[in-house]
Structure formats: structure tokens, C-alpha cells
Design a protein. Sequence first.
Length: 300
Amino acid sequence: MSKQSTKLTSFGVIAIAMFGATAAYANFSQWDPNWSTLTNNASRAVTSAEKNQMISDVISGVIDTRGTQINVDNSVIETTSTGSRSVMLNNDMKWHNPFGTTYSNPASTRWYQKDGNTQVFRVFPNDQNYFGSRMGAARSEAFADNHLTTVENDGKTMTFSARFHVAQHNGDKDVMLFQSKGRGLNTQDGTYPAWGISMWVEKDGDIILVKRNVIFSQNEKIDTGYDVGESFNLRVTDDGFSYKAFINNVELASGTWERGDTPTVARWGAYVQGGNQGVLGGSVNDAEVVYVSGARVQVN
């Protein structure tokens, strides 16, 4: 039996123990199926009932979201005091993938895995948001739970820190790696402020910090000096209005972003912007693969 087959068999036993034996697992024949195969048993979930059913189908395995298992070279990737520390507790995080926005159990190994102190995020060509009406927006992200957010004027500062390494780059689109994001509606002015500071890997492989402007096309881009295949530490502090971003403890960006009464949350992983342009091109082998080691969020 091949090494890959062994892993499939052992993971199948675990999956059945977690979710129960299902026809989907019995019929599983591919490790990383293309998007059209993956969605054979799924339709876009728009209504509340459809969304609940989709989450249930993912958890039970009716929609089979397993993927090839990633073996991280931990001794090389998990360096510096940041990268070598353990990741924050699962209870302090939730997960976002194309089939849902708030998974408490990261069971979809197609998009998310953990090896040692490293979280592995993947987005495959033709993946897209299937949870709601928004098109494109392919994603695999973790984000801090509600008790690790901050709101303007609450006197608290959120700090995110982790070591990043873009292990495989699709090169077709820019991909976001981190967002300090205002979540939900700002009732003070009726806006949805979204992220103020983010980090992206551009399609040419440059990794940049992005300061959002009211006019999106006028966003300020700051080169981190790092590219695909290189590791570095990111630290972002944000009090719900003012933020600072550091690469290897050197401050590269600071600014403000009005979010009113929306909570600010840290999100990290791999995310492609929405709309018709929010879908990576290529074959299954052209996945975006991002390693994030030692990720932690603190509020104080």
C-alpha cells in the first residue's frame, strides 16, 4: 500500500469516528477533487435553511471536504520565538471556507490543516464562496473568536502575531494573507467598514502590506521586502481605530480606519477578493498554500 493510500485509510477511520459512516466516504476516490466534482452534492446556499443544511452536510461528510495531508518541514518553518510557539487554542478561533463562515471544528482538511505549530491554509483553482449570494471570494481563513475583538473607545488593543511562509503560489491573482477587519454593520453611519490594514501576496510573488483608502483604488501598498518562499514575522496592533503593522519587529505601516461600533477581528490564511475576479485559475495542482506558525491573538 502506498504512503498516500495509508494516510487516506487512517483519515477515513478518524472521519467515520467523528461523523459516522456515510456514502460520501465510501465513494471517496480523489484526494483534492476539482471544484465541479466537489460541488456535485452541493448547491449555493442562500437562505438560512440552505446554509444550515450545507453546514450539516459538511460536518456529516455528505459534502466530502477532505484533502491531501500536508507534511510541514517544521524544523525549517517554525523558527524564531514566534514560529516555534504553539498556536492559540482551537476554542479561541473559528474557521471560514467556501462552505461556511463560522465553523467551530476545522474538519475540512481540503482547506485547513495543522501540523505541529503550523496552520496550513489552501485555496484551490475555481474554489469560490458558496455560502450566500456573494460570487468569487475563495477563502480559507481562521479568525479570532468574539472575546478577542476590540471596539473603538473600549480602551483595549488587539494584537495579532504569527510567522508567515507562502509555501506555494498560484500566481494568477493577488491573495490576501491577513486582515484586521471591522466585522458587521457600523450603526453609527450605516457602513460596512471591512478591513483597514491587510497583508497580501501579489500575483508576481511580492508580499505587501495594504492600507485601505476610502477610494479603494487608492489603497497604499507597502513592500515588506519578502517574497513567496521566504519566512517572516508579522505583528499587528489595532485598537479599533488606530493600527500599526510590524515585519520582524520593524514598523512598516500605521494609520487609522473608522469602524465606529463594529468589533475589529483578526483573520488570517488565504483569501481572494470577491466578484468575478475572485477565483484562482489553473488546475488542482496550482493551489495557493500558506503556512502560518505560532498564530496568536491577544486583547488587553
